[in-house]
Design a protein around this ligand. Structure first.
Ligand SMILES: NC(=O)c1ccc[n+]([C@@H]2O[C@H](COP(=O)([O-])OP(=O)(O)OC[C@H]3O[C@@H](n4cnc5c(N)ncnc54)[C@H](O)[C@@H]3O)[C@@H](O)[C@H]2O)c1
Length: 425
């Protein structure tokens, strides 16, 4: 097969849309299938149902090579490599829910001309189990490492590409590897189980780094150190590195929480108690709630207090609110009897039904108006540009700011008369 081999994409969410658009940009014909007709209709019109910088341009720019459909057969008729990008959310037990993956396999039937290329994050052992049941189907593990907010750039300039295959599927793995040749990235060719573990272990490690620096922050608050200085000093050590070393109000998103849980449960199911990950999860849950204590320190009871949440998305440059810290905070604040108004530049609509008791408003100033406290949850650049010392201060009932990302200019705020609470400083 040539490098221009046709591609099938099953599941057109964040990963699927980026995968489809980027392979089209690399010159491939792409057949992309989702089960949600509205999604397919809007993508066919060139409209993106998610906020992801640069993706819209790629989709409209490659429209003639991108074929969006709800029909699995159409994909199967045109492509042999089927990139599986369906969601694998957590179940109540914390294990990954593989029902969407199983649905795809059931629909594919017993084809011996196709290979499933698994981009969805799945438990270690998933590939082996599928191959045991469906001997005819090729199987390649090709985990995805893109970050929402910079997904297109991450796909096009990956730190590495992981391609895992066993036995008879090696020929499909060669074809998958060839697709990535134009990107010039290092390719890690390995077995399926190791490829699956690389993905889970990478996310678990990054989550561990965040929980670690959050604990350092909490101890720094007690001992008078400034965690930002600590992060800077640590991050310059190239064995450590500066990334994922910023203290904050905890990690969220559609990947870290579920993948850490999934690895922890997976270990537990095999009889191994992964103690470190248990702590990583617990630290993160407590971190999300620490803001409440910081507010109470200055306001006493929060009953009847007006609290503004700036930012709802789990990070800037995305409208993804899955497992976002804002959801926990809104729920806890409502539980304490506070009145919460929240604003996010793009994620407000998606959060409407998820922010317990909070009201989504149209602008940051609408949220701030008459507030007893502002909590910065997501570091959208525009929040730094607000007229803090003028308009914001004038509009607030009590000038209290909890800066959950150490993002604002503390000195400026304190000088203007704000009470400022950061993280770890
Ligand atoms: N979002 C990320 O940043 C990211 C990064 C790396 C890996 N991942 C992993 O990639 C996978 C997909 O994540 P996502 O964020 O893109 O999920 P998503 O929920 O945004 O998208 C999944 C899509 O699959 C569709 N789908 C479900 N069943 C289907 C079926 N039978 N046929 C066709 N489509 C179907 C859904 O309708 C949805 O549009 C997950 O396993 C996730 O852990 C996500």
């Amino acid at each position: 097969m040539t490098e221009r081999e046709p591609i099938g994409v099953i599941g057109v969410g964040w990963v699927g849309a980026v995968t489809a658009a980027c392979f089209a940009e690399l010159g491939h014909e792409v057949w992309a299938r989702d089960i949600v007709p509205e999604k397919i209709e809007s993508l066919s019109r060139g409209e993106l149902p998610i906020h992801e910088p640069g993706l819209s341009e790629l989709i409209t720019g490659n429209a003639e090579r991108l074929h969006f459909t709800t029909d699995m057969q159409e994909v199967v008729d045109h492509a042999q490599l089927l990139f599986v990008c369906v969601d694998t959310p957590p179940t109540y037990s914390g294990d990954a829910d593989l029902s969407r993956v199983e649905a795809v396999i059931a629909e594919l039937g017993d084809s011996d001309e196709h290979a499933l290329v698994m981009k969805s994050t799945v438990p270690v052992g998933t590939g082996r189990s599928i191959q045991r049941r469906r001997e005819g189907i090729g199987y390649v593990s090709n985990p995805e490492f893109l970050k929402e907010g910079s997904a297109v750039a991450d796909f096009m300039n990956p730190d590495r590409v992981v391609v895992g295959a066993n036995g008879g599927s090696e020929q499909y793995a060669d074809r998958v590897e060839a697709l990535y040749t134009p990107l010039g990235a290092e390719v890690v060719r390995t077995d399926v189980a190791s490829a699956e573990m690389i993905k889970l272990a990478s996310n678990a490690f990054l989550a561990t780094k965040i929980s670690f620096i959050n604990e350092i922050a909490n101890v720094s608050e007690e001992l008078g150190a400034d965690v930002r200085e600590v992060s800077r000093g640590m991050g310059l050590d190239d064995r450590i590195g500066p990334k994922f070393l910023q203290a904050g109000v905890g990690f969220g998103g559609s990947c870290f929480p579920k993948d850490v849980q999934a690895l922890k449960q997976l270990a537990g199911n095999s009889g191994y108690h992964f103690q470190l990950l248990t702590a990583v999860v617990e630290v993160n849950e407590l971190q999300k709630r620490r803001t409440i204590g910081k507010l109470q320190k200055h306001l006493g009871s929060l009953a009847g207090k007006e609290v503004a949440l700036l930012g709802v998305a789990f990070k800037p440059d995305t409208d993804d609110v899955r497992e976002a810290t804002s959801l926990v905070l809104a729920g806890r604040l409502a539980g304490e009897g506070a009145h919460v108004r929240a604003f996010d530049p793009v994620a407000g609509a998606k959060a409407e039904d998820m922010l317990a008791g909070a009201r989504i408003v149209e602008s940051a100033l609408d949220a701030i108006d008459g507030a007893d406290a502002v909590v910065l949850v997501t570091e959208w650049p525009e929040f730094r540009e607000l007229d803090w010392t003028g308009e914001v201060k004038r509009r607030m009932r009590v000038p209290l700011v909890v800066d959950g990302r150490n993002f604002l200019d503390r000195e400026q705020l304190v000088e203007a008369g704000f009470t400022y609470e950061g993280i770890g400083r």
